[in-house]
Design a protein. Structure first.
Length: 183
């Protein structure tokens, strides 16, 4: 069942197979938690938002259009839940990305020599530190594009923006990041 597509799992669930929904949850749990954490910067609140997202998915999955991709749909729900949380709980604080391992875990190549690995870790820390200085609209687009591997159309759908706005923010975010790191 792990090899089934999202659409296949949804179809099975709608036919009464509870296990297929569990597979969907396992497939997206860490990703949605990480996405929510980017917004709220608090583990407990990100867990609460993640739980809320999956409850909303469970309640609304019968309305999901199987012609569309599931991933952008669930991320849009996560975005809305995160924004709702921020509106209700506190002012928006998007300044502290966890510099310790976020990009380091994704760029590490075990075949590299130790000094190359240390150099890459230093670069990732610099990038993360400088990305913290970008406004959230640029930071989210860059993170979703480079870390989460969404294309511009998916990002636009998730963020509720036009594709041209997303492309513009991507380009402007890269320019600002380049200026910050003095390349």
């Amino acid at each position: 069942m792990e090899k089934y597509s999202d659409q296949q799992l949804i179809s099975l669930y709608l036919k009464g197979d509870e296990k297929s929904f569990e597979v969907l949850i396992k497939r997206y749990l860490k990703q949605i938690y990480g996405f929510a954490y980017k917004y709220v910067r608090d583990a407990q609140n990100a867990e609460d938002i993640t739980q809320e997202v999956f409850v909303k998915v469970w309640k609304n999955i019968r309305f999901f259009n199987k012609q569309n991709d599931f991933k952008p749909w669930i991320y849009a729900i996560a975005r809305n839940a995160s924004l709702d949380f921020l509106k209700k709980k506190r002012p928006v604080l998007f300044s502290e990305l966890d510099n310790s391992r976020v990009f380091a875990d994704n760029i590490r190549d075990q075949s590299l020599l130790q000094d190359k690995l240390v150099e890459q870790l230093d670069i990732s820390k610099v990038l993360m530190s400088e990305m913290d200085k970008l406004s959230v609209k640029y930071r989210l687009v860059l993170s979703m594009y480079y870390k989460d591997c969404f294309n511009f159309r998916e990002i636009a759908k998730i963020l509720g923006e036009s594709i041209n706005t997303v492309k513009s923010r991507h380009r402007r975010g890269l320019i600002l990041l380049k200026e910050l790191i003095n390349l």
